[in-house]
Design a protein around this ligand. Structure first.
Ligand code: BDR
Ligand code: CA
Length: 313
């Protein structure tokens, strides 16, 4: 099984990404690291613990707290999209018994990547603050990480937080810029170009048959789907973060092409924009494998099939 670390700011779709990673049974989840993003670091950590408890795997998957703020900017929570608690209120009554470990997220990443050199895939579904911190402490990470899969950015379409920027890139653009420029052997960008095609509809939810999981998905995504409808006119919601896990599970879900990609950090209108040099006008080395197309039905089948399995660690 592929060794992975998930880095999350657990809102509604991060939670679904964790669920896919666990229920697929195909990933060895070394741990989950949390960061400030959709919600505060405390809330993201609590939500992550709750999801692991719901899945009954909280004993087997450790959680590590990371950065409580972006590198240089203030937080930018997304309560309007993910709800006050980040999970659409779905687990409001659950008591949290699981606690995060004492080790910091960046240290955990470094330790695991160095211990299992060449074997660990980092699946990042949040602002990239934790990985930027890890790189600052241990630049050699780039040679020892198997792959970094980032849910973030948009290369052809429009943004979802500003006209040009995707949320994870926008919240900590300095961190994103550092991670993209670091020189990882393989860095795959799963951006809005593809995640906006990976849509979860009411009909898909009706295919879920695990009683606990089906009810959770229905409840937690209710407002999230409504928000998506208001913005996009589609009765569904995008599985942004789960698709990053999907790419780790099966790269054939997407079509990728390598380009030079950078992140804007000094613009009034375009901060956080991912700039993809399609025609190699800057003549810089390609640093990112960009997902340009997705086989959405195949990914959706995998998502539904996995969530219908009994979770085990
Ligand atoms: C990304 O932004 C967050 O709100 C989601 O959790 C996802 O990681 C989508 O742009
Ligand atoms: Ca996220």
């Amino acid at each position: 099984r592929k060794k992975v670390i998930l880095d999350v700011d657990t809102g509604v779709d991060d939670a679904l990404a964790i669920m896919l990673a666990v229920t697929s049974g195909q990933l060895d989840i070394l741990g989950i690291t949390t960061v400030s993003g959709n919600v505060s670091l405390d809330q993201a950590t609590e939500n992550t613990c709750k999801i692991l408890q719901l899945l009954g795997v909280s004993a087997g998957i450790p959680v590590y707290r990371g950065a409580s703020k972006p590198l240089r900017r203030e937080e930018h929570f997304e309560h309007r999209v993910h709800g006050k608690d980040g999970l659409g209120g779905a687990l409001a009554d659950m008591t949290v018994s699981k606690q995060a470990e004492a080790e910091a997220a960046a240290d955990f990443m470094i330790r695991q990547v160095m211990e299992h050199s060449g074997e660990v895939t980092l699946i990042m579904t949040a602002p990239l603050t934790n990985l930027a911190e890890a790189l600052a402490k241990c630049p050699e990470l780039i040679d020892h990480t198997a792959e970094v899969i980032v849910m973030g950015g948009v290369v052809k379409g429009f943004g979802n937080i500003t006209p040009t920027a995707e949320y994870n890139m926008y919240v900590d653009p300095e961190a994103a810029k550092q991670v993209l420029a670091a020189g990882f052997k393989r860095l795959t960008l799963v951006g809005l170009d593809v995640t906006r095609q990976a849509l979860l509809s009411e009909q898909d939810i009706a295919r879920l048959n695990h009683p606990v999981i089906a009810e959770y998905v229905e409840t937690s995504t209710a407002d999230y789907r409504q928000r998506y409808f208001e913005r996009n006119g589609v009765q569904a919601c995008a599985l942004h973060d789960p698709l990053a896990v999907g790419v780790a599970l099966n790269r054939d879900f997407v079509t990728v092409q390598d380009f030079y990609v950078d992140v804007e950090t000094r613009s009034e209108l375009c901060d956080g924009q991912t700039v993809c040099d399609f025609q190699n006008r800057l003549n810089r080395p390609q640093n990112v494998s960009v997902c340009l197309e997705v086989d959405a039905p195949a990914f959706l089948d995998c998502f539904i099939h996995s969530l219908n399995q009994e979770p085990k660690k």
